[in-house]
Design a protein around this ligand. Structure first.
Ligand code: ADP
Ligand code: MG
Length: 309
């Protein structure tokens, strides 16, 4: 059983309260609160030894925690408002905590969120960030609604750098400043997400790998679809091609994960906010499929990150 089957089997239940507009299964949940605003909520974990190295710098720990969390709000088109921080620390190292906290608060100011609660415990280094945001009533963008005739658009800097940085951490590649930046300081695409309200049919953030996250959009569509991706249009992170060659560079960009770009489907011909890359199109088909330059994806690729592996 993989991560997604496990969640579907054990933790997906119909909501009891009619105020739940969207329960689990998307980037975040949406609940009604009256007054023309809906609340958007999500929680994400960062575990040392799993999502970050065991010996994790405080600055990077804070930035990855915040970036990953807020990216789920971006993927709903929401404006971030509040966060709750549950933090587990092995020992109280004042220097580490001091650096972590100052970076965390800096990011709160930068993204306009208030830290309104949390929990602090002792144990292996990990943190869970609950993020809470707002959208205008009915304005949340979800994973449901992919259609033939849509184009696929990517918002965010580029792909594959965070995956390549894992090779640096493993000692298999020389350091590359931009890969480190992509890994340690993911930029939640909040403005892009909000600018896509009323424009995108579907929206998701690329956390597990573009193709795997794209599969979530395809699975929620009402009929079978083929998505045609064009390799030439994919924004690859600097030096990926030079260091790895085209095939691995594309594999990292399409399956690596941790990119925190937004993937939107938008009807052809619609005015699209600036900054997007048009990376493919959606057509009707007999079976669900992703094609890259009209070919099936290489069979050797694992589509993306599965946390149960
Ligand atoms: P993301 O990558 O966008 O953070 P995930 O892949 O972690 O999303 O989760 C997929 C969906 O499953 C989300 O809607 C999340 O809220 C839900 N989910 C994950 N774990 C649980 C759980 N233990 N109980 C209830 N819902 C869960
Ligand atoms: Mg997400």
């Amino acid at each position: 059983m993989n991560e997604f089957e496990l969640i579907q089997t054990y933790f997906r239940r119909d909501p009891l309260d009619p105020s739940v507009i969207l329960g689990n299964g998307d980037d975040a949940a949406v609940v009604a609160q009256g007054s023309g605003i809906q609340t958007v909520l999500s929680v994400d974990s960062v575990i040392a030894g799993r999502h970050v190295p065991e010996m994790c710098p405080p600055d990077g720990f804070a930035a990855r925690l915040m970036g990953r969390g807020l990216s789920d709000l971006a993927a709903m088109g929401a404006e971030p408002k509040y966060v709750l921080l549950s933090l587990t620390l092995p020992t109280l190292q004042p220097g580490w905590v001091d650096h972590f906290a100052s970076r965390f608060h800096q990011l709160c100011v930068r993204f306009g969120v208030d830290l309104i609660g949390g929990d602090t415990t002792k144990g292996p280094l990990s943190a869970h960030l609950t993020v809470i945001g707002h959208v205008p009533e009915g304005g949340a963008l979800t994973r449901q609604g992919l259609k033939a005739g849509d184009d696929l658009w990517l918002f965010g800097p580029d792909l594959g750098g965070a995956r390549a940085y894992l090779d640096v951490l493993d000692g298999h590649q020389d350091d590359q400043a931009l890969w480190a930046e992509r890994y340690w300081r993911p930029e939640p695409q909040l403005e892009a997400g909000q600018s896509l309200r009323g424009i995108a049919h579907t929206l998701i953030d690329i956390s597990d790998g573009l193709c795997q996250d794209l599969t979530h959009l395809i699975e929620k569509a009402s009929n079978p679809l083929t998505v045609k991706l064009r390799s030439k249009s994919l924004p690859l992170c600097n030096e990926l091609n030079d260091r790895y060659g085209r095939d691995v560079a594309l594999q990292y960009a399409l399956t690596g994960g941790d990119d925190y770009c937004l993937l939107a489907s938008i009807a052809k011909g619609v005015n699209v906010p600036a900054g997007g890359h048009r990376i493919g199109m959606v057509v009707d088909a007999m079976t669900d499929q992703i094609l890259l330059d009209d070919e099936p994806l290489p069979a050797s690729w694992t589509l993306g990150w599965d946390h149960s592996r």
